[in-house]
Design a protein around this ligand. Structure first.
Ligand code: JB3
Length: 218
């Protein structure tokens, strides 16, 4: 029986980043990993046991695990991340909040349940971060930004002040969103893009300045 244990869902690249942060926070010795790939069962992810697949979720609470993190982060993983989040809540686990010790969070900023603020990320004054959001390494979310559920802000992306980001959006590595713009639900902003106009829902934009290249479902 583990006291106040943490369940990490996923054992890939993003999970390694989350697992490393769990070590720094002193949570790793009470953590376990679940992954869909049977080849990983019985292995270890940065020393944390991969116990099995999601079929174990319903019994985790009775084994002393209380919190979880959805640790898959791929560009098209939003539906999966939402499904895993809901399955873990259904199993009676609480979404944790992960703040890497080397991240910076303004006192007036708010983090949603299940959000992950990774190394070097900065969340400035009055920003509001939704549920199950990943603010990846070195990303900047400036003052008064609002970010919807399941969004992934990739490494070194920068949201200037007052940007509003809908649900299940991916902002690619190193992209810049100029101040007060709106990014619609399920849009994708390509790596390195500079966004100078609002982005409609489900649009995929890329380039400098960013232009629409297709829709995110296609
Ligand atoms: O670029 C950066 C900084 N990070 C990338 C991240 C955002 O996306 C990283 O480089 C990777 O490209 C990607 O990481 P992610 O999302 O961890 O993907 P991958 O490395 O492919 O690992 C996904 C893991 O999730 C695999 O081990 C799958 O077996 C597992 N998985 C897939 N579906 C699942 C499920 N695990 C569970 N528990 N349940 C599922 O339904």
């Amino acid at each position: 029986m583990v006291a106040d244990g943490v369940v990490l869902i996923g054992a890939g690249g993003h999970a390694r980043v989350v697992a490393d942060a769990l070590h720094l926070l002193g949570w790793a010795e009470r953590a376990v990993v679940l992954d869909a790939s049977p080849q990983l069962h019985g292995t270890r992810l940065l020393g944390i046991r991969v116990a099995g697949g999601d079929e174990l979720l319903p019994r985790m609470k009775s084994e002393g695990f209380t919190r979880f993190f959805v640790a898959v982060g791929g560009i098209r993983a939003f539906g999966l991340r939402r499904r895993l989040f809901e399955a873990a809540v259904q199993a009676g686990l609480e979404p944790g909040i992960l703040r890497h010790p080397a991240s910076v969070l303004a006192g007036s900023a708010k983090l949603g349940a299940g959000s992950q603020v990774l190394a070097g990320a900065i969340v400035n004054a009055c920003a509001e971060i939704g549920e199950n959001v990943i603010l990846n390494s070195g990303s900047i979310v400036e003052h008064d930004c609002w970010i919807g559920a399941d969004v992934h802000i990739a490494p070194r992306a920068c949201l200037a002040g007052g940007v509003r980001v809908g649900r299940q959006v991916h902002i690619g590595a190193g992209a810049t969103i100029c101040e007060n713009l709106q990014i619609g639900d399920r849009a994708i902003v390509g790596a390195g893009a500079v966004v100078i106009r609002d982005v409609p829902p489900e649009a995929v934009v890329a380039g400098v300045p960013a232009k629409a290249i297709r829709r995110s479902g296609s």
